[in-house]
Design a protein around this ligand. Sequence first.
Ligand code: GLC
Length: 441
Amino acid sequence: MKKLILSLLLPLNLLAQTDTSSFDQKMQWFNDAKLGIFIHWGIYSVNGISESWSFYNEYISHEDYLNQKNGFDCSEYDPEYWATIIKESGAKYAVITTKHHDGFALWDSKYGNLNAVRNSPAKKDLLRPFVTALRKKDLKTGFYYSLPDWSFKDYTHHTKSQKRYKIKEDPQRWKRFLNYSDNQLLELKNKYDPDLWWFDGDWEHNEEEWEIDKIKSMLSKDRTDVIFNSRLKGKGDYETPEIGIPVYKPKSKFWELCMTMNDSWGFQHNDKNYKSPQQVIDIFVDCISKGGNLLLDIGPKADGSIPEEQVHILKELGKWTSKHKEAVYETNSGIPYEYFYGPTALSKDSSILYLYLRDIPKDNKVLLKGIKNKINRIYVVGNGTILSHNVFCKVYWNAYPGITYIGVPQNVLDDYYTVLAVYLDGKINLYDKYNAAIESN
Ligand code: GLC
């Protein structure tokens, strides 16, 4: 009996292991990427009002909202430039709104009747050249797709006070809607084959109503490595906190913070409340130190040009990421703040500890506590200067590893974040005991 149970358990156990490791393998490029660029582009950029929500919340009528399509000319749209500037920022992937909650599709969809080709002076498929440009630059392609479509006649919700129907009352009508969105999703999959699906708007229905499992299996067919965000009632591959950097490291293994550069996802003429490059990098470093990604949003104008403030942020970010490559990509989350008063990250093999210094260190020194390893070398990332360090409070009669003071002269400081690479004699080993008085003699 015991044997039988064992033989039954063994393959199951093995299977579970393979599953985890193949999941990790699938997530590897995403986990190593650290930076992605989100793009909210649609007819809302014409008047510069909030994407879809402006009519849903009844600030303007649906008709006036849709009339913006006549101004969506995309005359300056330069997808090669978009891909170039995205690459320059140091991002490894981009996620573009193929269709927001307003239902306006950026591609030549055979389904529905709102798209850039048929219903705007752009008169072209805006996705194809962008996807091609991204791939040419070895950037991964992510598609944002809104589950709700507030303009579509068979969708349940239209505006906050106008609901068309309840699914229970007319399940056939809901089927017609699902049929339409499944067709659009299949069309996107077959035409462009994205590497990542970024769903949004799942709050309006439950898992069964959306038919989440069906969507996932349909889009994973012949593409088992495709990645899904978790706005599929949680049934995705990674968590997507929004706007604010999580105070605590998110629980799930993979996560991505999506964030605006100012206060808007799409282009808004009046919104000049941009974060400075320093503030964007503050948030980015926080993501890296907590083992996550930053998906930083840009909102191109209706003519397809990218606002200069946004280009500026991308370029400054690019200067920092290219100088600090080794401390950005392929890193894991760092050590607790008890050991270092600031963000940190670890190399994949945990033998290099990266310390991110935002401010000018007092007395030209920073301190690190409780590292049991021998420190082989410390240098300034992207600069190469070797730094000296001293250990204090290390006595031979207990195991407490002491406090390490690292000298950081002013001349090595970066404009945004200086990064120190602390090379350890092996995998990091943290002292995690309460100090005893005398442990040996
Ligand atoms: C929210 C909003 C949407 C925006 C998205 C980005 O879900 O509904 O307008 O596109 O966040 O994460």
